[in-house]
Design a protein around this ligand. Structure first.
Ligand SMILES: [Zn+2]
Length: 80
């Protein structure tokens, strides 16, 4: 009996699937998307925020500005 060598099947797994760096993140729902497809934007303290849906903008407007920094841990909402 000779040793059975299992062929490595990783050859097809080397694809690069990382999104391009120009994606932006919706501070409300955390979705990443191309800013060209943003439903709306808001400028706060010189920083532009992009939103994937008008629903997200409305929620952003209704919340204090520090809401944006906490959005990444709140992924339960579904706006899209
Ligand atoms: Zn959104």
């Amino acid at each position: 009996m000779s040793t059975v060598i299992t062929e490595a099947k990783t050859a097809g797994l080397a694809r690069v699937t990382d999104p391009p760096a120009l994606l932006v993140r919706d501070p409300i729902c955390g979705k990443e998307f191309n800013p060209a497809g943003a439903a709306a934007t808001r400028n706060v303290d010189g920083q532009t925020h992009y939103f994937c849906a008008e629903k997200c903008v409305a929620e952003f407007d209704a919340q204090p500005s520090d809401r944006a920094t906490r959005a990444s841990q709140d992924t339960t909402r579904t706006c899209h």
